[in-house]
Design a protein. Structure first.
Length: 384
């Protein structure tokens, strides 16, 4: 327990001295010294230099030993693929992205493989050196990661042959819902810091939501909490038809469809519709206003159930906060009287990847810590 407490303080505030660790962890200096000795001997922590510019004797500074492990995060989206590697200190070693233009699941795997090869070469890593892989994807992985459901925007992606190949490529890869990863990033680095109850609403090709309740990411009984794309908002829906679901009426394809129905001509994309609205196009403005109203209704439906203090908008469409935020807030507050704060995520298109790296680092540090300290534990401490 002491070793873990010391490691957590070093992870949060490195480079840091023994005296500072003692203050932050609430442990005595002799206890901290013993823990540091074990962690340094195990190769988890290293001395990084001496403190300077302070009164009194210089003190040895400590940080996590970056060479103790490496992690890779991957974001698989309909339009973009992103990947990054980091050492155990959290320093990014390499990062790359490319458009995803393939529609075949196995062709998509080929492009992911190539992208990972690129960051491995830049970081001068081999795949066997990676302690933890985390891959963010639409859909919900089963508890044993042998099945991926609800990934309808990536045709064929949930097939067992695809998952088998993923494991061949990366070994014991962790599959995680992309919006959940964006929510983890928001909690660590964004507006969700210090907020116990908030939701991240991601509007893009798909529509999803991440929920933090009581300070913890909420997954639900089968891991599908937050799949608000299936909310029957916009008309009746059934198992055979999704025409009335939130994703169909509010996602990227709906923005284009609504723009064409309103009279916009030519080849349109969500980006072009929002750009036209910014430039004063009245038809595009009506499309965007209607989009904001639909998002506001959906958020009100969720807010009335989970009562968040904060709503964060993300995703490719959700990032158009300059056009959407006021309309979403106005519609939400007209329905739900408690008026939670509505903000746009400041993490940008890399939120999922950042969440993947954060998750990978958490798991890798736990793995390295466990392996490094288990042999040094006394029988009594182990049984306790």
């Amino acid at each position: 327990m002491n070793d873990r407490a010391v490691l957590e303080v070093i992870n949060a505030a490195a480079p840091i001295s023994r005296a500072q660790i003692a203050r932050e962890s609430g442990r005595s200096k002799p206890t901290v010294s013993l823990a540091l000795s074990r962690l340094v001997d195990a190769g988890v922590v290293r001395e990084v230099g001496m403190s300077t510019g302070r009164k009194g004797a210089a003190a040895v500074l400590y940080e996590i030993d970056a060479k103790a492990g490496a992690v890779v995060g991957i974001d698989v989206g309909r339009g973009w693929l992103r990947a990054a590697s980091a050492d155990l200190s959290g320093r990014t070693l390499a990062q790359a992205e490319r458009r995803s233009t393939t529609r075949s699941a196995h062709a998509l795997l080929d492009r992911i493989d190539d992208l990972v090869d690129e960051i491995m070469a830049t970081a001068r890593l081999r795949r066997r050196h990676v302690t933890r892989w985390v891959l963010g994807t639409p859909g919900v992985a089963s508890p044993n990661a042998k099945h991926l459901a609800l990934a309808t925007n990536l045709p064929g992606w949930g097939k067992s042959s695809v998952l088998d190949r993923l494991y061949e490529m990366f070994g014991d890869v962790v599959l995680e819902n992309d919006v959940n990863l964006a929510t983890i990033a928001e909690q660590r680095f964004g507006h969700g810091q210090g907020v116990d109850d908030f939701v991240v609403v991601s509007i893009g090709t798909g529509v999803g939501m991440g929920l933090v309740l009581g300070g913890n990411l909420y997954r639900g009984a089968s891991g599908a909490a937050g799949e608000i794309g299936y909310l029957p908002i916009g008309g009746p829906a059934s198992r055979r038809s999704s025409q009335g679901t939130l994703e169909v009426t509010t996602g990227a394809a709906a923005v284009v469809r609504n723009a064409l129905a309103q009279g916009m001509s030519g080849r349109q994309t969500p980006e072009s519709v929002f750009d036209a609205a910014r430039n004063g196009d009245k038809v595009a403005g009506r499309v965007v206003d209607a989009e904001a109203e639909r998002i506001g209704v959906a958020v009100a439906a969720v807010a009335s159930v989970v009562d968040p203090s904060l709503v964060v908008l993300g995703g490719g469409i959700g990032r158009n906060a300059d056009l959407l935020l006021k309309g979403v807030e106005r519609q939400l507050h007209s329905i739900w009287p408690l008026k939670p704060t509505v903000l746009a995520s400041a993490l940008g298109p890399g939120a999922v990847l950042r969440g993947a790296l954060t998750t990978a680092l958490d798991q890798a540090r736990e793995y390295v810590f466990h392996n490094a300290t288990k042999d040094s534990s006394t029988p009594a401490a182990t049984s306790a």
